[in-house]
Design a protein around this ligand. Structure first.
Ligand code: EPU
Length: 443
C-alpha cells in the first residue's frame, strides 16, 4: 500500500502528454480472445487495470508481452473458459470476456464483477442481450459466478432499455463472430467504443455505426491479428485541464482530444477556464480571472461525462457562487465529498427534483439504497487547506490529488492504488509540471 504526500499551492506549468485511453485498452485486450493471430497494440497505458486484464486473459490462454506502451497478445489456445473469482473480481471489465468466450467456444464462466463503489453496477443489460443472441446464462448466487452456454451465437435486433457503455462493447465483441446480423439500437455513443470498432474492423470484422445510436454488425467466420494504436484518454485531459486552472497554472496538453470534449469545454469556458488550440493535437489550458459557479448534469456521451464530475467538483470549490452537480449515470458517485469537506469545502447533498426517476436515471432506480443523493451543492470560493485523505475510487482519487495540489500545506493521501488503476505514473508526470508530490510506502 502506498500513499502520496503533496505540498500544495504551486502553480502547475509546462507540457504533458495524455496517455492511451484505459477504457479502450481494456476492451481491445479482450478482443484478443477472438483471434488466434497476434495482436500488437500500441499506446497502451501502464496502469494496474491493464495488468489485471492481462492476468484475466492469461487464465484464458492468452499470452502477453509488454514492451513500454506496446503490448503483444496472442491467444495460444483455450485453456479453459472460466475466470476465477480472485482474478476476475479485481476489475469490472473482466466480465466482458463473456461475449467473446461464448462466441468462440460456446461456454463462459465469469465471476459477478460486483460494485465498484459507484453503486450496484449490475450487468443485467449485457446478460439479457447475450441471451437474445442465443446464449443461456444463469447466475449462481451460492458461488457468485455467471455460467454461460451457447450453441453458436446468432445475430439479433437488440434494443438496450437504457444506455450502457460496456454493454454496447460486450455485444459488439460477441456479435463480430455470431451467425448473421446484429442490430444494436440505443447503443452507447462514447468515442472509445468507436476506437474499439475501428480496431475490430481492422481485424476483419464488419461493424458500422449507422446513426449515432444504431450499430450494425455482420458476423464473420474468423478475425485475424492486427497492429493498432489506441486513442488518448479523454479523462486524463480533463484532469490536467482542471489541474492547470485549480493551481493557477498554465498547462499545454499534448495528444489532446478536445474535438471529443465539447460538453466539458463548454462548461469549463462558462466557469471561466480558458483553452487555446495550439495545433490539432495540442491544447493549452489556463485561466485569467475569476471562476464562476456553474451547474452540471452528468450524462452519457455526448453529454458531460460522469467521469468528470468528481474533478469538476473540486474546481467548483474555487468558483464564486453556488454550483450544483446532478449525477444521473451512477447512483453513488460522491464518495469524495466527505474528503473535500475535510479540506474546508462547503458541499451539501440534495435531491434534484425529477418527474420520473425510473425513466430519467441511467442506473436501475431499484438499485438505489436509502441515503443516496443524486445532487451536490458547492458554495465557493473556499481556500482549501491540507488534510489526511482516503481514496476509494479512481476518479475520486484524481480529484483528491487535484484538491491537495491546490491546497495550502502538506496533505497525505492514502489508497493511491486506486489512482494507479487508471493513471500511469501520475506523480512523476505531475512533478514534471512543478508539483511537489512524493509516493511513500504505508508503514
Ligand atoms: N447498468 C446496469 N445494468 C447493466 C449495465 C449498466 O444497471 O447491465 C447501470 C450502471 O450500473 C450505471 C449505468 O447503468 O449506473 C451506466 O452504466 P454503463 O454500462 O454505461 O457504464 P460502465 O460500462 O459500467 C463505463 C466506463 C466508466 C464510465 C461509464 C460511463 C469502462 C470500463 N467503464 O462504465 O468508466 O464512467 O462507462 O461512460 O469503460 C472509469 O473509467 O473510472 C469509469 C468508471
Amino acid at each position: 500500500m502506498d500513499k502520496f504526500i503533496i505540498h500544495g499551492g504551486i502553480p502547475l506549468k509546462g507540457e504533458i502528454s495524455v496517455a492511451g485511453a484505459k477504457n479502450v485498452a481494456l476492451k481491445i485486450l479482450v478482443a484478443s480472445i477472438l483471434t488466434d493471430e497476434e495482436m500488437v497494440i500500441h499506446n497502451v497505458p501502464q496502469i494496474r487495470d491493464v495488468f489485471f486484464m492481462l492476468e484475466v486473459l492469461k487464465v484464458l490462454g492468452v499470452a502477453s508481452t509488454v514492451t513500454g506502451h506496446t503490448v503483444r497478445v496472442v491467444n495460444k489456445h483455450k485453456e479453459h473458459a472460466k475466470v476465477p473469482l480472485e482474478v476476475g473480481a479485481r476489475l469490472r471489465t473482466s466480465s466482458m470476456v463473456m461475449g467473446p468466450l461464448l462466441a468462440r467456444y460456446g461456454e463462459a464462466t465469469t465471476p459477478n464483477p460486483g460494485g465498484c463503489r459507484l453503486g450496484a453496477r449490475p450487468i443485467d443489460r449485457h446478460v439479457d442481450a447475450l441471451q437474445e443472441m442465443g446464449a443461456s446464462i444463469t447466475y449462481h448466487s451460492d458461488d457468485g459466478y455467471f455460467y454461460g452456454k451457447a450453441n453458436g451465437l446468432h445475430g439479433a435486433t437488440i434494443r438496450f432499455a437504457k444506455n450502457t457503455h460496456t454493454g454496447t462493447e460486450t455485444i459488439i465483441l460477441a456479435a463480430v463472430l455470431a451467425r448473421g446480423q446484429t442490430i444494436l439500437e440505443n447503443a452507447a455513443e462514447e468515442v472509445e467504443i468507436d476506437d474499439l470498432i475501428a480496431c475490430l474492423n481492422q481485424m476483419g470484422a464488419k461493424i458500422r455505426r449507422e446513426s449515432p445510436r444504431k450499430i450494425i454488425i455482420d458476423g464473420v467466420s474468423a478475425l485475424h491479428g492486427t497492429d493498432y494504436s489506441i486513442m488518448p484518454d479523454r479523462n486524463e485531459e480533463v484532469t490536467f485541464a482542471i489541474a492547470s486552472v485549480m493551481t493557477g497554472g498554465d498547462i499545454l496538453v499534448r495528444n489532446s482530444q478536445r474535438q471529443h470534449l465539447d460538453a466539458f469545454l463548454q462548461m469549463f469556458t462558462k466557469a471561466g477556464g480558458r483553452h487555446e488550440a495550439i495545433n490539432n493535437t495540442s491544447t493549452r489550458y489556463f485561466h485569467d480571472g475569476l471562476l464562476h459557479a456553474a451547474n452540471v448534469v452528468t450524462a452519457s456521451y455526448p453529454g458531460f461525462m460522469t467521469d468528470w464530475q468528481a474533478p469538476w467538483a473540486v474546481l467548483m470549490t474555487q468558483a464564486k457562487g453556488v454550483s450544483t452537480i446532478h449525477e444521473t449515470v451512477f447512483e453513488s458517485r460522491f464518495s469524495y465529498v466527505s474528503e473535500l469537506k475535510k479540506m474546508g469545502a462547503h458541499i451539501e447533498f440534495f435531491d434534484p427534483p425529477v418527474d420520473n426517476p425510473e425513466a430519467f436515471y441511467n442506473f436501475n432506480w431499484g438499485d438505489r439504497v436509502l441515503g443516496y443523493h443524486q445532487g451536490i451543492r458547492i458554495t465557493g470560493p473556499t481556500k482549501l487547506h491540507n488534510a489526511v485523505l482516503e481514496i476509494d475510487d479512481l476518479r475520486a482519487g484524481a480529484t483528491l490529488i487535484l484538491a491537495a495540489l491546490s491546497a495550502a500545506g502538506e496533505s497525505v493521501i492514502h489508497g493511491v492504488e486506486q489512482v494507479d488503476r487508471g493513471y500511469e505514473n501520475i506523480e512523476e508526470r505531475l512533478r514534471s509540471l512543478g508539483a511537489k508530490i512524493e509516493r511513500t510506502k504505508e508503514e
